[in-house]
Design a protein around this ligand. Structure first.
Ligand code: ADP
Length: 583
């Protein structure tokens, strides 16, 4: 079982504390038997032998055992917290590291994404509580075996009787557990949907839309209706669950009550002393409670955590694709060639990119245009090695990029996507994030900000590049959509790579900023760098050396603005249609 592998990890990580926890459980077992033994002695001595001094001595032991039994859960919880503190740092760091390294494609697969999200749900807490539970199960099993050994001495038939009673109890609870788990699974779906809908009411990003459209009442009504509708078929099951929960304790008491009757026979026959008769019943009651706990939650929790371990294991098996060298790196290239590239999204009916051929040369500036959904972003992700084509191949200076490490590719490209990150950190951190440090950092940062058209705005701020961004802290500054976009462009430019890819870099900019950025773009990127930008505003494409028109999975037209206008094809129609809006 995988869970034992993780338990070994817990023991290795918090050796001393795990030792204390095992010690606590051992003392618990001793206390359990001590209680039976001393109570038995007290009764036998007082009623049968009249040894009063010994009785005081034994009573004191019982007193200390009781004190221990009441303080031990708190002590165990405290030790578990200490173990958790140590183990959390280790396990979570390992998981985060792995997730940061796995192939990008996994993030597009909803099943894998769900597993990755699942394992981030308090993984260390689950492992440490499993460790505690396994110790509980072992100590419960030892106590049960011990009590059975005592009962065997009275007569094998009595032991068999108790085993049958316990088995009956187990069977009962197993049936009950099945009903409860069915109800739980059915409710999970409901809870998830409810969490999503109520999340809409608290989502800060949606606050403005919610206010303007006034849809709070609408969502609240939807929650009520959906819960009412979906709970209908569950109503009878929920009733069952309530009755069953009430019966739980009842069965345990029934078990101990039947033991009183059951052992009356050997007591009357003189095969059992009065002390043992009185002492064994509370012990049996504890065992009954132990089995209830075992069936009701311990085993199901362990099973759930075993599945959780499997999830962690599966994530650790995912293929990696990452950039090991954290330092800034720049590697030049001459030509990138796509040959008969075909790409189809998983479960999609038809390919988005189909037998596409394209040659991108160093020093050129390309504009990629096409209708929404024509596959421009997909093509960029293929170029970056984030997706692998199902057919055909992409060659970087003659070498198939499939054979290159992700780091090799990263050292050539810098990208800004439409859904770029907005980080609640300082401006400086937003720009240099992931790029690493290199010489002339401050000047390079200013240059990048000038390119993105945000340098002056930053320098006017009292804390300049150190200004904290976002809405999380009181003294932090929030930027407009356009300013965030400029910052993302600065981040791209700051990384100093030979090939810049800009996917709709000006969608949030006003016309003046947009025109400024394209002028900067024309001035700064010309030279030895290469670029490819996607834009819907066709005026910007005039600056590109080559315009690539993507349609039906292929590059249908390629040429300079003038060439394509003269051709009077797809591009010319798009350009003229857009111009018509302004004239
Ligand atoms: P563009 O950038 O030209 O607007 P995209 O490359 O983003 O187009 O998307 C092309 C098509 O692929 C769209 O129809 C889109 O719905 C589909 N698509 C994009 N991402 C995924 C995905 N992860 N899974 C399935 N289909 C996708």
């Amino acid at each position: 079982m995988l869970i034992f592998l993780y338990m070994k990890d817990v023991i290795k990580c918090a050796g001393k504390e795990t030792g204390f926890l095992i010690f606590c459980k051992l003392v618990n077992i001793l206390g359990f038997f001590g209680e039976v033994f001393f109570i038995q002695r007290i009764i036998d001595f007082v009623f049968l032998e009249g040894k009063e001094i010994e009785v005081i001595f034994y009573a004191m032991f019982v007193f200390f055992i009781f004190i221990w039994q009441y303080s031990s859960p708190a002590l165990s919880a405290h030790i578990e917290q200490k173990i958790l503190f140590r183990y959390r740092m280790k396990l979570e760091a390992k998981i985060y590291e792995k997730i940061s390294k796995v192939k990008f494609e996994y993030f597009e697969n909803s099943a894998i994404l769900e597993v990755m999200n699942r394992i981030l749900d308090n993984p260390a807490d689950r492992m440490v509580s499993s460790f505690g539970k396994i110790l509980e199960i072992i100590s419960g099993a030892v106590s049960t075996i011990g009590v059975m050994a005592i009962i065997v001495k009275i007569g094998v038939v009595y032991m068999i009787g108790i085993v049958v009673l316990i088995l009956f109890l187990l069977f009962l609870f197993q049936q009950i557990g099945k009903i409860k788990s069915n109800i739980f699974c059915a409710r999970m779906e409901l809870t998830r949907r409810e969490a999503y809908l109520s999340g809409l009411l608290f989502d800060r990003e949606l606050a403005m839309e919610k206010k303007l459209f006034g849809y709070t009442d609408y969502i609240q009504k939807k929650i009520e209706e959906e819960i009412f509708e979906n709970e209908k078929p569950l109503r009878w099951k929920l009733w069952q669950s309530r009755i069953i929960t009430a019966l739980y304790d009842y069965f345990v008491y029934l078990f101990s009550a039947s033991a009183y009757l059951f052992f009356l026979v050997p007591l009357m026959q003189g095969k059992m002393e009065l002390g043992l008769y009185i002492a064994i019943i509370p012990a049996l009651q504890k065992i009954g409670t132990y089995f209830v706990g075992l069936i009701d939650n311990q085993l199901s929790d362990l099973k759930e955590n075993e599945n959780f371990c499997k999830d962690i294991h599966d994530v650790f098996q995912l293929e990696e694709q990452y950039y090991e060298n954290k330092e800034m790196m720049r590697k030049d290239f001459s030509v990138i060639e796509l040959k008969d590239v075909t790409y189809r999204y998983p479960n999609a009916e038809r390919p988005i990119i189909e037998k596409l051929n394209l040659k991108l040369e160093q020093g050129h500036h390309y504009a990629l245009v096409g209708k929404n959904g024509s596959g421009k972003t997909t093509l960029i992700k293929l170029l970056l090695g984030l997706y692998q084509p199902q057919e055909g191949a992409i060659f970087l200076d003659g070498q198939n990029i499939k054979e290159l490490s992700f780091g090799e590719l990263q050292s050539r490209f810098s990208v800004i996507f439409q859904d770029f990150g907005r980080y609640a950190m300082s401006i400086k951190e937003n720009i240099e994030m992931g790029v690493g440090s290199f010489e002339g950092k401050a000047e390079k940062m200013q240059e990048a900000c000038a390119f993105a058209g945000i340098k002056e705005e930053i320098e006017k701020l009292p804390e300049g590049y150190e200004t904290k961004l976002g809405k999380l802290k009181e003294n932090s500054v929030d930027l407009s959509g356009g300013q965030w976009q400029k910052l993302a462009v600065a981040r791209m430019f700051y990384s100093q790579k030979p090939f810049y890819i800009l996917d709709e870099p000006t969608s949030a900019l006003d016309p003046v900023s947009e025109s400024e950025m394209y002028t900067n773009y024309a001035n700064s990127l010309k030279g030895n760098s290469t670029s490819l930008f996607v834009s819907h505003r066709l005026g910007s494409t005039i600056l590109a050396d080559q315009i690539l028109v993507l349609e039906d999975g292929k590059i249908k037209e390629m040429g300079s603005h003038q060439e394509l206008i003269n051709k009077n094809g797809i591009y010319a129609k798009m350009f003229l249609a857009q111009r018509g809006l302004y004239v």
